[in-house]
Write a protein that binds this ligand. Sequence first.
Ligand SMILES: [Zn+2]
Ligand SMILES: [Zn+2]
Length: 187
Amino acid sequence: MGDNAVALSECPHCHTTVFPKYDGTCPACRRNTRDLRGADTDKTSVTLAEQEPLPPVCLLCGHETDRTRKVACSYKSERDENAPGTGLAVMAMITGLFMGLLLLLATSPSPNVLMMRVPLCRRCRLKKKEHVRHVDFPNRQMTFLAHRVFRDRLQERRASTGDMDRPGSPAGRVDKPAPRLPDGSGH
Ligand SMILES: [Zn+2]
Ligand SMILES: [Zn+2]
């Protein structure tokens, strides 16, 4: 990059996208973004849109999986605050115990509820944590702390279907057909 320009980047410690200070300090967690000791560099923040097709790769560990899990977040509006960005999201894990909730959510869509199905392998499902970092209700997006392999596969998928829902890709552009990924079985 240029001279002393401070670029917007993801902190390797807290995975928040920040403008680090000139000495590299992350304004969010105050650790040094240039010092990778102790950082989980396998993880990265990934923002997923509602209904977005996702690769068959575990969100948390990056292994191939055809298992998915629903994650539902509801906007806590007890005080009816008008600032969605500062609102706390309450995450409800949809397990067998919460099938009633699931049905409720599915039958009564609300702008204050966001539900997504994310790929999680058998082992990671047991962790009961999808690492939801942020929920953007107005834009119908959730940000997860995901494995880099998942992020990379997602980007490949977005690139190959880019003309459908990625606003940044020019409509008239002719892309090479994406190479078929070796994703195991057929249908
Ligand atoms: Zn940080
Ligand atoms: Zn996994």
